[in-house]
Design a protein around this ligand. Sequence first.
Ligand SMILES: [Fe+2]
Length: 159
Amino acid sequence: MVEKIKTGLNVEDRKAVAQALSRMLADTYAVYLKTHGFHWNVRGPNFSSLHALFMEQYTEMWQAIDDVAERIRSLGELAPQGYGAFGNLSSIKDGDPEGDSQSMLQALTSDHETVIATCREALALAQKAEDEASAGIITDRLEAHEKHAWMLRATLGGK
Ligand SMILES: [Fe+2]
């Protein structure tokens, strides 16, 4: 017999927060994959620093997706898996390996802003559900993506 989930959150809230976390997971995976591809394909006089910056960022995201997926499981839902599932949940497009370093930095900055917006939607749902554990994970992701966006923006010469 399957045990009922008695964690103090109602089933509708658990499902709504898990769905929002699934969109966050898919967005993060898409930016992870794009950043790793740019790590391979970036070219130009700043190759070395961009190659290293992209590695730092994709490594951080790679480590973070496990916590997000396992939070979805803790809420009693299944985590999405596979390119097809992630593609359906995220609006982030694949990176262009032919692009120059400037266009790679601009694309990633904009993608992190997309993830940040998804995180804010998830945070609002988690707070409404008084799901502090999910809110904590989402807040950590917000901070990380805002930091990634700042570093990419600053590399482009912006604030
Ligand atoms: Fe590498």
